[in-house]
Ligand binder design. Sequence first.
Ligand code: SF4
Length: 377
Amino acid sequence: MQAIFENFGIYAHVPFCSKPCGYCRFYKLRPKPEDIAEYVRVCAAEAGSLAREGVPEKIDTMFWGGGTPSSLSEGEIERLAEALGRFRPSREWTVEVSPSSVSRGKLETLRRIGVTRISLGVQSFDEGVLRSLGRAHTLNETLKAIDAVAEAGFENFSIDLIFGAKGQTESQWRADLRRAAECPVNHISAYCLEFESGTSCCGGITGAEEIEKRAREGDFFEIAMDELPALGFRQYEISNYAREGGECLHNLSTWHMAQWAGVGPSAASQFGGYRRRNAPNFEKWKLGIENSAPAYEDAVKLDDDEMFSSALIFGLRMNEGVDLSVLRARFPKADCGRYGESIKFLEGLGLLEALKDRLRLTRAGRLVADSVAVELL
Ligand code: SF4
């Protein structure tokens, strides 16, 4: 069987949101009437260009994220699938949908075109928390969307939850986790609001308040780590929990540093020895593709040192951690010795544990994974 790091995926960024949320760090825009047709047309051109660069037609996974892919109409969903149709995912095809924009018709269309997995952005089952997050949907819309996804027959169904909203209590968070686990889902993502936003949502707070906020987020994170496994969802990555076989293969491939190609503004790619990101700007992205001069940001040529470092840091996000002997074999020219001191230091702090060649975060390490990554960089 093919190793997971040999997978090839396509990520399509659908950048449209009818009501952008204040905390969101992803590239998005409110579409003008002509934008979606333009987007689909340019995606088709970008797919052709990626194929000429060597992206294989038979891929393992496809992921449409955003933005809000379900803000497209049924016809637009079909046209985007046609635009990317030269790439055929053999193992998994995920589409993110929002409770306020998904419908039975759109879900039937997604099934018909071959989508195998739905990720629903619930965020919370509590109306007060939803208001605090500034989300466009209501609890009623969430419940209808959950029924619609289940009725459409998607076996792989994930719910996204967020913790750390202003005023959110531990009991509200526990209730969200339990309610999500009662849904017909085999995957739950539990994200910290601050991580999602990439910035603090509480600008101007004092050091003491910051420490208190961090401690509170740690408490919420630990509640998820305790509650979800007890409800049958194994934690397999810092923010992700699944029933047996429900893990998201596309994201696993990313943490294993496989290869993927991005389509759409802001989408990242890593293949053929390079990593790059499309410009996070609709016009720049569109003009770049139309003029055969794609607008990339952060383009880097990948060598064994860079890949070893990325595979180590992202691999440690997974509960299984990394097998250093596999990484050494994959990236033989990497200077692995340079991590020795940091690994010992982190082991001494009880944040990392080594079992022969396998290295993984401890429970305490998972609470401060970003700081562990900084120490290893
Ligand atoms: S959180 Fe989702 S719906 Fe809100 S702005 Fe970001 S991508 Fe759009």
